[in-house]
Design a protein around this ligand. Structure first.
Ligand code: 13P
Length: 251
């Protein structure tokens, strides 16, 4: 079933005291019936947060990444098996910062998605084009290729576990959002692409989130577009008041 999702990606921000302070404010918030809130803090806070969130409805925890292998000599990495063992339900895979800074290819992300699915995690699969691709008006073919190469061979059960987050790189942390029309154009193209790769029913049931300078002031307009099912929020998720407003931005 297609869900409205307000997801906060905390990236590598906040020491333990300020992370706890933010988390306590968020978990004390009433989440609207039609919204799922997902919080993706740094790894070090996951275990504590997932335990605290276990009794709260529609309030779920995500990891920001996982490795493609189950176990091994991979210093500094965390696997999907480990995340599952502490009951983490979601994992962000393929954020553009990881694609750029850690050279994560579409092929590598395909392996990570499969590994996460093998352990029953729900991947939040990120895609999105850099500015030069947008300027050349090749953004739709760029993003659909990312999706085909990383998700195209999943079976129907597997693809049904995926949330897609469209995050145009030029809108991340820049204060420049895609317009609601630009977001809708891409989200519709992504949904049509999923429909052509799989089925219309799978496409209609998939949550597709927009990410890139979502704020309390623009969330409602973006989320009201028919193919936008919520947001993956960076900077504005680091402030309780602004993220709570975003959680309440669905009609
Ligand atoms: P900003 O909301 O800070 O632009 O970040 C978006 C993002 O990268 C979420 O994953």
């Amino acid at each position: 079933m297609r869900k409205n999702i307000a997801a906060g990606n905390w990236k590598m921000f906040k020491d333990a005291a300020s992370a706890n302070e933010l988390f306590e404010k968020l978990i004390a918030t009433e989440i609207p019936e039609n919204v799922i809130t997902v919080i993706a803090p740094p790894f070090i806070y996951l275990k504590e947060f997932v335990q605290k969130a276990s009794s709260k409805d529609r309030f779920l925890i995500a990891a920001q990444n996982c490795h493609h292998a189950t176990e091994g000599a991979y210093t500094g990495e965390v696997s999907a098996m480990m995340l599952k063992s502490i009951n983490i339900p979601y994992v962000i895979i393929g954020h553009s910062e990881r694609r750029e800074q850690h050279a994560e290819s579409n092929e590598m992300l395909k392996m990570k998605v499969l590994e996460a699915l093998n352990y029953g995690l729900n991947p939040i699969f990120c895609c999105g084009e850099p500015l030069e691709i947008r300027k050349r008006e090749e953004h739709i073919s760029f993003v659909t290729k990312q999706i085909t190469e990383s998700l195209g061979t999943l079976n129907h059960d597997q693809i049904s576990q995926i949330v897609i987050a469209y995050e145009p790189i030029w809108a991340i942390g820049t204060g420049e959002t895609a317009s609601p029309e630009q977001a809708q154009e891409m989200h519709e193209a992504i949904r049509n692409h999923i429909s052509s790769l799989f089925t219309e029913e799978i496409a209609n049931n998939m949550s597709i989130l927009y990410g890139g300078s979502v704020k309390a002031s623009n969330a409602n307009e973006i989320f009201s577009k028919p193919d936008v099912d919520g947001g993956l929020v960076g900077g504005a998720a680091l402030d309780a008041d602004s993220f709570i407003k975003i959680i309440n931005s669905f009609r």
